[in-house]
Structure formats: structure tokens, C-alpha cells
Design a protein around this ligand. Structure first.
Ligand code: NAD
Length: 360
């Protein structure tokens, strides 16, 4: 059956890295006899230029009808001074919300070949393989009431609301337990149950859910300790599940453990398993158009798409292994380059992954 994929390259380096990911998808389509139908459209700044809005309803409908969406990145200085209602990033928030993409999966994997790229000692991070499962459509980022109000004493006060319902906690918890089953079977739930009532409920729901997953080992950690443990002994973690704000912060910390933001993919899934796949990094306007961006995060996002939305785990593994093979050959884009390696452009990195897929 043909798999329909919407490609939203976006802004900055988006089109360059997307070109490489599509090359690789075409190579695995031949290798594994999978039929893809690609539909290109706009999101972010380029959509503002094309349609006047960062995500047109017609684009959204196309995404909802597809099996998966692969995205580059959005944003850039050209659109920085627009009214906040039509900023490029609003396109991303809209697609997440409208498609119900509540589960954000962010693997932080350190390829052994890149252990030196981390700011931490290589023995602390070599072989690191963590999956952060972040709740993406709830919590304090969306809670009401929110705003800035004027107090009786004339002083202004900013306020937000940290809210999670039982069903929201349960569905993200379920995602984490299911993911852990496919990995090494450990979930660490991160909260602040010593201070925040909303996370007392979080812990309670996760604990009761754990009874359905007796094969998965559950632990709990306060977020401040989790931040410390991530940089002290990150390899103790397998799957981390947490709310929107804590996940936002911890996943960036975990990203830095691996040395380069140019290597990290992500997936955002809804209840039907449909998803939006994108690199963790932004549109990198400082290097756009120079053919020097690292395309591997987008290529690895395409691998996640094959695994989680398109039910093609073998094709996903082919891509992941091909990326490993390219690193073994010593090829490095500028962001992961170190002495003794062979510096490669964006398209050379993509070509090398294609060659490794063909040789697999
Ligand atoms: P960024 O991730 O775009 O760039 C940070 C630094 O990392 C830059 O020096 C950049 O050159 C480098 N970098 C990023 N991706 C790289 C890659 N693949 N290869 C090599 N180097 C890479 O973050 P920023 O500079 O804070 O933001 C730039 C724009 O991207 C802004 O408009 C921001 O709003 C947007 N943004 C978008 C997303 C998204 O689309 N999901 C995420 C973050 C930022």
C-alpha cells in the first residue's frame, strides 16, 4: 500500500536538509519495496510568503489525510518583526494542536563515533541512549487562566496555570510504558510532587498505570534531581516521561549531552499513531543556503517516521545503520567535525547515507 507523506521543508536550512532526507527515503523505498507518495507544502515563514499565514487550512487538511508528516524547520529573521499572531512558529503550534500531537518523543543517542563531541567526559556519555517522552499539548503552556493582571496595589502580576487531567496523564504514561517495552524496559517519571499538586496526581496516575505493565520497571524522580542526574550519570535512564514544561527543559539538556543538535530527531504522535517528524534544531539562518548544515537529524527523523507511523521498522533500521556507517567512514558535517575526520557538505552527507543504504 502506498504511504502518503507530506513534506514541509520550511525555512532556512529546511529545504537543504529535506532534500537529503527525501533522497534517503527514495533509496529505502527501492531497497525495502515500499511505495511512497510525497506531497510538498509550506509551513512557517515560506507559508506566510505563499499564503499569508504560517499554516494554511489546506495544508493542515493535507497533513491530516496523510500517513505522516516530515518537517524541516521554521523561522528566520525575515519574519521576526511580524505580528505575533502570524509568526512562523505559530504554524508549528497550530499543526501540533490541530492534529492532537500530544506525545513528543525525543531520543538522545550518542553515536560512539561522536563521543568526543560532547561537553561531558566520554565515559559518562559513550553509548548513551535515552528516550524522553514529553507531554506536548497540556500543562502550564496551555493552562487557563493565564495572563498579566493589575493588582489592587498597582503592581502587575504574571500568572499561569499548571493543569493536567487524569486522561491526559494516562495517555502520555501509556505511550511511555509502550515505548519502554520495545527498549530496555525502564520508565522514570519526572515530576515535582513534593511541591505541585498537579504532579501529585501525575504520580498517582502513572503509578496505577504501572500495574498494567508489570514487565516495565517504574521509578519516580523530582525534576531538580532529574536535571542533576542527567548530567551526572545519564546512562541510568532509559525512558523518561514528563509534562510539557519539564520535558521542554530536560530534553534540551539531554540533547546537549550528545554534542550536536544536528544529530537529533524527534517525533510528535497523536492517538492514532499519526505523527509529525522533525529535527530538534531550528532553521539555522546563520548557515542557510551554504550546503554545510548537518542533514542527519532530519534523515533520522525520517527513520522514526518509518518506525512509529509507517510500520516499517526494518527500513528504519536500515537508515539508522546507514548513518552509523557514514560516521564510521569518518565523514562529518561542519558541526560535528573534529581533526582527522573528512569534512562533508550537506549533500555529500546525504549521498553517503544513500550509498550506505544501497550497500546494506
Ligand atoms: P537553531 O537550532 O536554528 O540554531 C542554533 C545553532 O545551531 C546555530 O548556530 C545553527 O547554525 C546550529 N545548527 C542548527 N541546526 C544545525 C544543523 N542541522 N547543522 C549544523 N548546525 C546547525 O536555533 P536558533 O538559532 O535559536 O533559531 C533559529 C530560528 O529557528 C529561529 O527563527 C527560531 O524561532 C527557529 N526555531 C525553529 C524550530 C523548529 O522549527 N522546530 C526550533 C527551534 C528554533
Amino acid at each position: 500500500m502506498t504511504k502518503k507523506i507530506v513534506l514541509l521543508a520550511g525555512d532556512g536550512i529546511g529545504p537543504e536538509i529535506m532534500t537529503e532526507a527525501v533522497k534517503v527515503l527514495k533509496a529505502v523505498s527501492e531497497k525495502h519495496k515500499i511505495s511512497f507518495k510525497f506531497q510538498e507544502d509550506f509551513i512557517g515563514g515560506c507559508a506566510i510568503d505563499e499564503y499569508g499565514v504560517p499554516l494554511a487550512n489546506s495544508t493542515l487538511e493535507k497533513c491530516k489525510a496523510a500517513d505522516a508528516v516530515l518537517m524541516g524547520a521554521v523561522g528566520g529573521p525575515k519574519w521576526d518583526n511580524l505580528d505575533s499572531a502570524i509568526r512562523p512558529e505559530k504554524g508549528l503550534l497550530k499543526i501540533r494542536y490541530e492534529m492532537g500531537l500530544y506525545a513528543n518523543l525525543r531520543p538522545a543517542i550518542l553515536y560512539p563515533q561522536l563521543a568526543e563531541a560532547s561537553t561531558l567526559k566520554s565515559e559518562i556519555v559513550a553509548g548513551l541512549d535515552i528516550l524522553i517522552v514529553r507531554e506536548l499539548t497540556g500543562g502550564i503552556y496551555f493552562g487557563e487562566p493565564r495572563g498579566i493582571r493589575l493588582l489592587d496595589n498597582g503592581e502587575r502580576q504574571g500568572y499561569n496555570t499548571y493543569v493536567y487531567s487524569e486522561s491526559e496523564i494516562e495517555r502520555i504514561g501509556r505511550t511511555a510504558f509502550e515505548m519502554a517495552r520495545k527498549r530496555s524496559g525502564k520508565v522514570c517519571s519526572v515530576d515535582k510532587a513534593n511541591v505541585l499538586e498537579a504532579t501529585v496526581l501525575w504520580r498517582e496516575i502513572i503509578q496505577s498505570l504501572a500495574k498494567e505493565y508489570p514487565d516495565v520497571e517504574l521509578s519516580h524522580m523530582y525534576v531538580d534531581n532529574a536535571a542533576m542526574q542527567l548530567v551526572r550519570a545519564p546512562k541510568q535512564f532509559d525512558v523518561i516521561v514528563t509534562g510539557n514544561m519539564f520535558g521542554d527543559i530536560l530534553s534540551d539538556t539531554a540533547a546537549m549531552l550528545t554534542g550536536s543538535i544536528g544529530m537529533l530527531p524527534s517525533a510528535s504522535l497523536n492517538a492514532e499513531g499519526k505523527g509529525l517528524y522533525e529535527p530538534v534544531h531550528g532553521s539555522a539562518p546563520d548557515i542557510a543556503g551554504q550546503n554545510i548544515a548537518n542533514p542527519l537529524a532530519t534523515i533520522l527523523s525520517a527513520a522514526m517516521m518509518l518506525k512509529y507511523s509507517l510500520d516499517e521498522p526494518e527500513a528504519a533500521a536500515t537508515i539508522e545503520n546507514a548513518v552509523g556507517a557514514v560516521l564510521d567512514q569518518g565523514l562529518r558535517s561542519a558541526d560535528i567535525y573534529s581533526e582527522g575526520a573528512t569534512k562533508a557538505t550537506t549533500s555529500e552527507m546525504g549521498d553517503a547515507v544513500v550509498a550506505a543504504v544501497n550497500n546494506a
